[in-house]
Structures are given as structure tokens and as C-alpha cells.
Design a protein around this ligand. Structure first.
Ligand SMILES: *Cc1c(COP(=O)(O)O)cnc(C)c1O
Length: 400
């Protein structure tokens, strides 16, 4: 099997799994209990908090463990709206956010909030001039993702953070795709809240965190016990927390080297596909993109069929179309770039990891070439296109 869907989830590293193992059957105490047996678990939770905070230049007491990226996004956006509603009810976001942010904003619109969805350019970078123009006296929150999960484009966080700070507006970023993959510093980027999730960087699923800057006063999302300084109730998921801590430690070590290696492999993949698969285009930014993300549009190809045939060759990939209620909806992200519905349906996302090899890429490109040719040979639209192309060529010849 060749796994090229690391933007959907990653394999738990062996080191991470080994770090977690004792916290299931041996050190199973509730970390909040008073006996010394529990102290060992609480110590592990504290250590993990330090590791997680260290990677973004945060203080450990600004980290709140949650059940993942979706919960962190929901908490940040809903709690900010609630806490600052006396100042205003206007929120700014982008058109290409993950649904965890977009659907939360839509929910708030039903509660009487106003949301401005700032567009992106053709490579998926938010239009800063439009973002600035959207700011109003009643704007309480700017929430823009650090890097996009489909096309990998990295957003100008520093500029967004500066705009938010200048105007006294909270800045939240969904960094689920970026954390552990590229350097992030909450102070340098003026980030007030940041969401991340363990399973996107070789940690376990169902654990994430929300960074909340010390000065930010938002309420709790899960009410109940006094865990996480009374801001997120619920018995600590000790194995999960230990896992995300270990994954953060691993990600921090050799981040630059890993980025270099992944970027080289990504660019090798991109150049081979663009050169060897006819009528293919790269989606997203050429250079300001996640080291592990490649996203293509392939004309006259239907994404779902492509994925099925790749799967038959043992290749796990993803497409920018989501099957909702039996209908194939092209991705909102690809449409926001200005792609036609057809181009958005014929997209392919290949997301690499540190474990991906050059051989994996070579096998994938060879398979892709064959599959694309086969699917096109069955496409009436492609046949029409070839006929038209031939006609055009003959016309040009006749004219000379
Ligand atoms: C995966 C992802 C999420 C959701 O994270 P979960 O931990 O799966 O809930 C949110 N935002 C982005 C950008 C993601 O890639």
C-alpha cells in the first residue's frame, strides 16, 4: 500500500505509541486524584503540555486540551462570539476554511451574528486588501486558517495578525494542517487563539488543543469539572495527551530537515505529474504551500473514479469532491479559487509524510498516467475535445 492521504490523517509514530502504552493498563489513574499513583499521570500531562506549547512559543498554561481540531475550532469561534457580543456581532473569515470553522460561522449567523467571508486569489491566498476593508467597529473576531487542508496554501498569518492587533480584534487560526509541519510562533504572528489536532502530525486521533493567549477572556466550551483551569471539563485523556505531547516533541526535532526533504519530494511529484500527465494543472500556491501537499486538476477526469482505480493499485489518495447525500459536490475550496465545477470534480490531492519515498512517488505517477489515459478513453467529452483539437490543427495547416 502507498499511503498518500496524510492530510486526512497520519500514522501514529512507533515512538508516540510506545510513549502512550503505559497510560492504558498501568498508569491508568485519573490525573486529578490526590494519591501519588495519580501524580505520575498528572506529571505526564504537564510534560505533554510543555512540549505542545514549546512548538508555537506559547506558555504551557495557555494550552487547553480538547478532543481534536473540530472541537477547538468550535470553541474558539463560538466562545469568542459569546464573550464579545457587547462589543459587536461581526466576524471575518475566509471562503476556504475547513467546515469546522465555516459551519460554526453559519451557525452563528442564525444566532444574529454577521459574517464576512473574504475571498482568496487564484492560488488560494486571502485577499489582504479585502480583509482590511471588511474590518468594522463591531468586528470581534478574525478567523483564518494557517494552511489549507485541500490545496496546502499557507496564509500570510503575520500580516493578518498585524491587522487584527492594530484594530484590537481577536485573531484565531485553524492551524490543524500547519502545526508540526511548518514553524509557527504565536507572538511573532500575533495569534490569540490557535487550533491543532494530534492525528494530523503522527499523534493519536481524538486529541487536540486550543491555545488561548493569557489575556483573552473567553468562556468554557464543555461545562463540568475543573480540568484545564475550569475551561474544558472532562477527565483528562491521559494516553491521548501523552501521545500528542510525544508527537509534538518528534515534530519539533528536525522540523527544518523534514520540511526540506518533504518539499523536495513534493516538487519532484509535482514536476513529474505536470510534465507526464497531459492536461494537468497544479492547484494552490506554487511555493507558499505545505511541504507535504500536492493538488492537481485533471481535465476530463472524474475524481471519484480516479480514486477507485488508484485504490485498486493500492494507492490511497483523496479528491476535492465530497459525496453528500448521493450527489457529488465539488469542493468549496476549489470553487473559491475560480475553478469550474468540472475542474473541481477532477481534482486529486496527494499528501505525503516523512515516511513517503521516491519509489512511492514513481509508482504513483506511473499508475496515474495509465489510469488517466484509461478514464479519458471512456470519456465522450474527451473524444469531442480531441476531435475539436484535430479540426483546429487542420484549420491552421490550411491557412498556411
Ligand atoms: C482535520 C482538520 C480539522 C478537524 O480536525 P479533527 O481533529 O479531525 O476534528 C480542522 N481543520 C483542518 C484544517 C483540518 O485539516
Amino acid at each position: 500500500m502507498i499511503y498518500l492521504d496524510n492530510a486526512a490523517t497520519t500514522r501514529v509514530s512507533d515512538e508516540v505509541f510506545e510513549a502512550m502504552r503505559p497510560y492504558f493498563c498501568e498508569l491508568y489513574a485519573n490525573p486529578s486524584a490526590v494519591y501519588s499513583f495519580a501524580g505520575k499521570s498528572m506529571k505526564a500531562v504537564d510534560e505533554a503540555r510543555k512540549s505542545v506549547a514549546g512548538l508555537i512559543g506559547a506558555k504551557p498554561n495557555e494550552i487547553y486540551f480538547t478532543a481534536g481540531g473540530s472541537e477547538s475550532d468550535n470553541w474558539a469561534v463560538k466562545a469568542a462570539a459569546e464573550a464579545y457580543h457587547t462589543k459587536g456581532k461581526h466576524i471575518i473569515t475566509s471562503t476556504i476554511e475547513h467546515h469546522a470553522v465555516l459551519h460554526t460561522c453559519q451557525y452563528l449567523e442564525k444566532q444574529g451574528y454577521e459574517v464576512t467571508y473574504v475571498p482568496v486569489d487564484a492560488s488560494g491566498v486571502i485577499r489582504l486588501d479585502e480583509l482590511e476593508a471588511a474590518i468594522r467597529p463591531d468586528t470581534i473576531l478574525i478567523t483564518v486558517m494557517a494552511a489549507n487542508n485541500e490545496i496546502g496554501t499557507i496564509q500570510p498569518l503575520k500580516e493578518i495578525g498585524a491587522l487584527a492587533r492594530k484594530n484590537g480584534i481577536l485573531f484565531h487560526t485553524d492551524a490543524v494542517q500547519a502545526y508540526g509541519h511548518i514553524p509557527l510562533d504565536v507572538d511573532a504572528l500575533n495569534i490569540d487563539m490557535l487550533s491543532a489536532s494530534g492525528h494530523k502530525f503522527h499523534g493519536p486521533k481524538g486529541i487536540g488543543f486550543l491555545y488561548i493567549r493569557k489575556e483573552v477572556c473567553i468562556g468554557s466550551f464543555v461545562h463540568g469539572g475543573a480540568q484545564e483551569r475550569s475551561r474544558r471539563a472532562g477527565t483528562h485523556n491521559t494516553p491521548g495527551i501523552v501521545g500528542i505531547g510525544a508527537a509534538a516533541r518528534l515534530a519539533a526535532g528536525g522540523l527544518e530537515k523534514r520540511m526540506e526533504k518533504e518539499t523536495a519530494l513534493r516538487d519532484y511529484l509535482i514536476s513529474r505529474v505536470l510534465a507526464e500527465v497531459p492536461l494537468s494543472r497544479l492547484n494552490g500556491h506554487a511555493t507558499d504551500r505545505l511541504p507535504n501537499n500536492a493538488n492537481f486538476s485533471l481535465s476530463f477526469i472524474e475524481g471519484e473514479s480516479l480514486l477507485i482505480l488508484l485504490d485498486q493499485q493500492g494507492i490511497c489518495a483523496s479528491s476535492g469532491s465530497a459525496c453528500t447525500a448521493g450527489a457529488l459536490d465539488p469542493s468549496h475550496v476549489l470553487l473559491a479559487l475560480g475553478l469550474s465545477r468540472e475542474a473541481a470534480r477532477g481534482s486529486l490531492r496527494l499528501s505525503l509524510s516523512e515516511e513517503t519515498t521516491k519509489e512511492d512517488i514513481d509508482v504513483t505517477v506511473e499508475a496515474l498516467k495509465k489510469i488517466v489515459a484509461r478514464l479519458r478513453s471512456m470519456s465522450p467529452q474527451y473524444e469531442d475535445f480531441l476531435k475539436q483539437q484535430k479540426k483546429d490543427e487542420e484549420k491552421i495547416k490550411a491557412e498556411y
